[in-house]
Design a protein around this ligand. Structure first.
Ligand SMILES: [Zn+2]
Length: 626
């Protein structure tokens, strides 16, 4: 016996104190330990595998419990076992993954195997009563526990060595009951903020356990709204474990999440949720759902916050065992919820098992973008028919992105370049000239040139930008400035400011919010077609690039008494986003119908840098002199 199970030292101490005159103390102690020790040193998962019976009425399955069905619950249950030294365990979860059974297994274990005072708390009194009637009563019956309770009333059951309370986080009197060694708190994110004026109900529950050195507190919940979501906070305070599953192609471990999910569309562009697969972020190999059982068994929990105070777990509904909640259903539910914030909140909470961010509705998962990089096999894929560029100006460098555009503003990132150096130096602009004047070829060898470019003139290098652009407006390279606010046009007519007129440059104002609204919308499109953003498999398009590309989110702010939406940085650097916004705005300078051009199968091959030198006095048409 490993001595951790029943605190034999405490038992021994008590025994010794009460028997000061006994001659054969050893014998008595041995007897006492034998009587008080549980029959086997089982953890909760081992105990459940041997003893737990599921009833069809109370759970989705019937018969003997098997850990093979939900292997991810094994470690969580074992952390809740007396063999584990931790006091708190947090479980942030999506629906249909067996979280409630984990709670019931723990309650049964501490009633039957390791008796002590236990409390199980639901969100409201009604839910507690329902839980007792619908889930616990049939379970007790199936387990043959009817005779086990010496006192059996609603909300309170006594048994040899302990007592079991069922209550709710909404009733302070229930939370103030007797001291408890084990508290199992369900759906804590839905619990009231303040319980009958006595404070946070979770704190009240916590206080019940303070006298027990071997206390266990299980915080279990689907999340709600970020900021006020209890389980998110409990998860973040813990060591943040995610269930990593090996990729059957490369063997690398990764987390099953929506960002890694792909599915097909039919020829008409209709989504086909039944084709849902997980895509490995390491080798891009895809996993079909039928392999779930085998892969779940090989999974392991990986902590991501080593300084966490206790074990905390996150599991989405994508891990739901075969036959419970499928990937197809997850995609179908997503497509139904898309565009409706209320439905998306429910989907995010229940399927992703993540808190809904009311503020950051526009935020994107940049790791998903890195995953969609593709090998073009040439500079410019066939779908792109025209190139534009956006240039961001910093004090010590220029950053430029070349973007190809196709039907329905489907876009292909062609190249992203960082030109180091102070923009007050000519050499920096010479490098830019080279990049903007370059030919970018299609698979068949057709060269395309940058048809238009906008150069950011905000910041400290305004004069240098004006100087450069003034001499290049004939090839559609213009100085530009971003203007915030709703309903602005993508670009304004080229105009002059006092400063730009000194350099004889025209300034184009870009409606940045208008472009960002469009961009962040299409960036969320998952499948090639109108609007979809393609990225090449180039080193410069790394995780950092996508982090910066998605560095801003729209937030609601009060301005002059009105609620308005503004873009705010959530990451320090955002140059790729600015470049992309200017590249999109530059397309409006060209004045061609991209859709029409794409339909004809042609591309915009003119090189605006090649000046058509007019031959003086040559008459090519009667009456028109060039
Ligand atoms: Zn792989």
């Amino acid at each position: 016996m490993d001595g951790q199970l029943t605190e034999p030292s405490a038992v021994v101490q008590k025994f010794e104190n009460s028997l000061p005159y006994t001659v054969n103390v050893d014998f008595c102690i041995e007897g006492a330990i034998k009587a008080l020790a549980p029959p086997k040193d089982l953890t909760i998962s081992q105990w459940a595998a041997e003893n737990r019976i599921l009833t069809g009425e109370a759970s989705s399955e019937k018969g003997k419990w098997t850990n093979e069905r939900t292997p991810y619950l094994v470690e969580i249950m074992d952390m809740l076992s007396p063999q584990s030294p931790c006091s708190d365990v947090a479980f942030m979860k999506g629906s249909q993954i067996g979280g409630t059974e984990c709670l019931i297994n723990t309650a049964l274990y501490y009633m039957l195997q390791n008796p002590c005072p236990i409390g199980l708390y639901q969100m409201t009194d009604d839910e507690a009563a329902n839980f007792e009637r619908m889930r616990l009563a049939p379970t007790f019956a199936a387990m043959g526990m009817d005779k086990y309770f010496t006192n059996d009333t609603a909300g309170c059951k006594e048994y040899p060595g302990g007592i079991f309370f069922v209550g709710s986080g909404g009733s302070a009197s229930q939370l103030r009951s007797k001291p408890l060694q084990v508290v199992l708190c369900d759906e804590i994110s839905g619990w009231v903020k303040d319980c009958n004026g006595e404070g946070d109900p979770c704190d009240l529950v916590k206080r019940r356990t303070t006298n027990f050195p071997r206390k266990k507190r299980f915080w279990n919940s689907t999340p709600t709204v970020r900021g006020e979501c209890r389980i998110t906070k409990k998860f973040e305070q813990g060591d943040q474990r995610y269930y990593n599953v090996p990729c059957p192609h490369c063997g690398e471990l990764y987390v099953w999440k929506f960002a890694n999910m792909v599915w097909d569309k039919d020829a008409d562009g209709n989504n086909l949720p039944y084709t849902a697969r997980m895509k490995c972020p390491h080798c891009k190999g895809e996993t079909m759902e039928w392999r779930k059982t085998e892969l779940l068994a090989q999974g392991q929990w990986v902590p991501t916050n080593p300084n966490g105070a206790y074990p905390s777990y996150h599991l989405s509904a994508f891990y739901s065992p075969l036959g419970w909640y499928s990937w197809e259903e997850a995609v179908t539910d997503f497509l139904e919820a898309k565009g409706d914030p209320q439905k998306m909140k429910v989907w995010t909470n229940n399927v992703c098992g993540e808190a809904w961010d009311e503020d950051n509705q526009e935020s994107h998962d940049y790791s998903e973008l890195e995953l969609r990089r593709e090998d073009y096999g040439c500079d410019v894929p066939d779908g792109a028919v025209i190139l534009t560029a956006g240039v961001d100006t910093q004090d010590d460098r220029l950053e430029v992105e070349i973007v190809g555009w196709g039907r329905g503003l489907e876009s292909w990132s062609i190249d992203y370049r960082i030109i180091p150096g102070d923009p007050d130096l000519d050499i920096v602009w010479e490098s830019l000239d080279h990049i903007l004047g370059n030919a970018y070829t299609k698979a068949d060898g057709t060269p395309l040139y940058v048809a238009a470019a906008l150069v950011d003139s905000g910041g400290h290098k305004t004069s240098a930008v004006y100087k450069y652009c003034a001499k290049r407006e004939w090839r559609r390279i213009y100085a530009s400035i971003g203007a915030r606010g709703p309903n602005r046009p993508v670009i304004s007519r080229p105009g002059s400011t006092k400063k730009s007129s000194a350099e004889n440059a025209k300034l184009i104002t870009v409606g940045t919010d208008t472009v960002k609204d469009w961009f962040f919308n299409v960036l969320g499109y998952n499948h090639p077609g109108p609007g979809y953003c393609h990225f090449p498999e180039k080193d410069v398009y790394d995780a950092e690039h996508f982090k910066q590309l998605t560095a801003e989110v729209k937030k609601k702010r009060m301005s002059r008494g009105f609620l308005t939406s503004v873009y705010e940085k959530i990451y320090e650097r955002n140059e790729p986003l600015d470049c992309r916004v200017y590249a999109r705005a530059a397309l409006n300078l060209v004045g061609i119908d991209v859709d029409k051009m794409a339909e004809t199968g042609n591309s915009y091959t003119r090189n605006p840098a090649r000046r058509i030198v007019p031959q003086k006095g040559r008459v090519i048409n009667q009456g028109v002199k060039l």
